[in-house]
Ligand binder design. Sequence first.
Ligand code: NAP
Ligand code: ZN
Ligand code: ZN
Length: 351
Amino acid sequence: MATKAFAAQSAASPLAPHSIARREPLATDVAIEILYCGVCHSDLHQVRNEWSEFSPTTYPCVPGHEIVGRVTQVGKDVKKFKTGDLAAVGCMVDSCRHCASCTRGLEQYCEKNPTYTYNSPDKNSGGVTFGGYSDSIVVDESFTLKVPAKLDLAATAPLLCAGITTYSPLKHWKVGPGMKVGIVGLGGLGHMGVKFARALGAHVVLFTTSPGKIEDGKRLGAHEVVVSKNADEMAKHRGSFDFILDAVSAEHDINAYLALLKLDGTLTLVGAPEKPLPVAAFSLLGGRKSFAGSGIGGIAETQEMLDFCAEHGIVCEIEMIPIQKVNEAYDRLLKGDVKYRFVIDMASLKA
Ligand code: NAP
Ligand code: ZN
Ligand code: ZN
């Protein structure tokens, strides 16, 4: 099936109209007309080949892994979906399904590498996978999520990456009542981190570099907001956090946040800046602190997160854009100027 898309042809070129081929649905596949796709900072990193060492980009690259849409066709053995259903796709479209990680529902840590929604070897076509900045996508039903009926569709799209990427570590490190939790960076991931940490019952402190985001931080659920450039404000929180989730997309001083952890506290990185972040040994030794990382979340946990959102009335704060404005949106992401996730209205691709 010929499908309209937006693609980058090189690390230096803007996204522009492009045509891709989607496979005809196989027995367990679901074909989805994409209605909305969120714009993740990872799309920008990947399109500009900023992760060249770990995940070099193959061009043309069609990014997008925060996808919601409507099922247009199902393969003969599909059980979970029928034509007309809502459906969602996140950061992965397949994995080996047999390794120790996959059998634990941790497909994101598949020992043979998951097939990511874009820029991964495509087992079916032999080329690379193409993401959600496109008209349609064809995905095995095992990697397709159910969208709870009562959630706003466009505001649900970013849950598929920004949502699960923050929900998963907060659950893994058992964030809950009685814990003091920091969220660093109020962007797409960070604003969901604030909402989830609050919903899970923690005392939530947002760290931002943007004084203009203080009020929003509180409205979104933070009990306190600290402007991280203010050394005195930072010093007040020394040695007091159980857990800090760092969702910053660029270089910054990680030691300043390790200093805020209390005994046995953990700082978990979900942000994936282009350059390494230096960690001083003494930031970890005193206080037996842990510095950890976390990648997206498994398929079952993603469904759990969507159902949690429906139960708690949680969605993303979005700014809807036509796809023709996506390059402008990337420029604004780099300035921290997004409240708090761009979502592409895919109807604009048909225009
Ligand atoms: P985003 O919307 O652009 O938000 C990033 C936020 O980081 C900004 O809003 C800003 O918040 C802060 N920031 C930006 N530059 C900074 C700097 N130089 N120093 C300090 N703070 C800065 O990005 P996102 O989509 O949430 O993604 C965040 C990061 O997570 C990206 O690197 C992305 O690739 C990564 N990611 C990882 C996973 C995973 O599985 N681990 C999944 C998705 C995304 P303030 O204005 O509040 O300071
Ligand atoms: Zn993402
Ligand atoms: Zn596996």
